[in-house]
Design a protein around this ligand. Structure first.
Ligand code: HPA
Length: 270
């Protein structure tokens, strides 16, 4: 594993003018942040040794290096989901490469279904904690001591300073944000009403199909993590709205301008 990580790191390092400070995983709702990057260097996943490959035609699969507000960032446009059939090792391999590049700050975004009755479609949720309900753990197996400890402290998985910056910025700029708990499920089905009810019952505010494996592996390597989620649909035992992928994308796109503002404040001040 270490060798495979190092090969990818070496390849990317040769193409980067400088070491990035942040990595930003562009999930639903943050895609357009890519347009704001200056002095771009684009690296296709296809070129990178050992990198997982995008199998769905039309899906993005590249890294973008550049600057935002003068800060050096690396963006991941196109992520790997467990439900697509990638192993947990593949889903989290990019994060290990980013750590190998010396990046210690991670910004993730995703779309999720809201189960907190106070939420509305299009709301922004800053993830303050998660519950891992995925069927496989990305750190299962022999620990790679060079990357991190066997037993990882998850008491502050989401960085308090980055979270506070986002909260303060949102307050000062009249952007409504919630803080809450993201529950990670395998998918690819959206949840049944009873499953949304379960997510609420166990303490979740929202549910989605990504992020949790990446956060676990990032914390293993002691990277600092910030995550913003867009509530793209609502679910619960008494709610049976139809949910479609299209609805999710529309809601995410509508919330995007405010999400981008919040994320930029974290980039600028953390
Ligand atoms: N459930 C799981 N994943 C999701 C949802 C949802 O309701 N919305 C967007 N991603």
């Amino acid at each position: 594993m270490l060798e495979r990580i190092n090969e990818a790191v070496k390849y990317i390092n040769n193409l980067l003018p400088e070491q990035p400070e942040f990595v930003i995983v562009l999930g639903s709702g943050l895609g357009k942040l890519e347009d704001e990057v200056e002095n771009k260097v684009v690296i296709n996943y296809k070129e990178i040794p050992n990198f997982p490959q995008v199998t769905v035609e039309g899906h993005k699969g590249h890294l973008v290096y550049g600057t935002i507000l003068g800060k050096k960032v690396l963006m991941m446009a196109g992520r790997f989901h467990y439900y697509e059939g990638y192993s947990m090792e593949e889903v989290t391999f990019p994060m290990r490469v980013f750590n190998g590049l010396g990046i210690k700050k991670v910004i993730l975004s995703n779309a999720s279904g809201g189960v907190n009755p106070d939420f509305q479609v299009g709301d922004i949720l800053l993830v303050k904690d998660h519950i891992n309900m995925m069927p496989e753990h990305p750190l299962r197996g022999k620990n790679i001591d060079e990357l991190g400890p066997r037993f990882v402290d998850m008491s502050k998985a989401y960085d308090r300073e980055m979270l506070n910056e986002a909260v303060e910025f949102a307050k000062a700029n009249d952007i409504l944000v919630h803080q809450g708990v993201y529950v990670g499920l395998q998918g690819p089905t959206f949840e049944t009403p009873s499953e949304y009810g379960l997510v609420r019952f166990i303490g979740g505010d929202c549910v989605g199909m990504s992020t949790v494996p990446e956060v676990i592996v990032a914390r293993h390597m002691d990277m600092r993590v910030f995550c913003v989620s867009i509530i793209t649909d609502l679910g619960g035992p008494e709610i049976s709205f139809d949910v479609s992928h299209e609805d999710v994308l529309n809601a995410a796109n509508n919330a995007m301008p405010n999400v981008i503002k919040v994320v930029k404040s974290v980039i600028e001040n953390c």
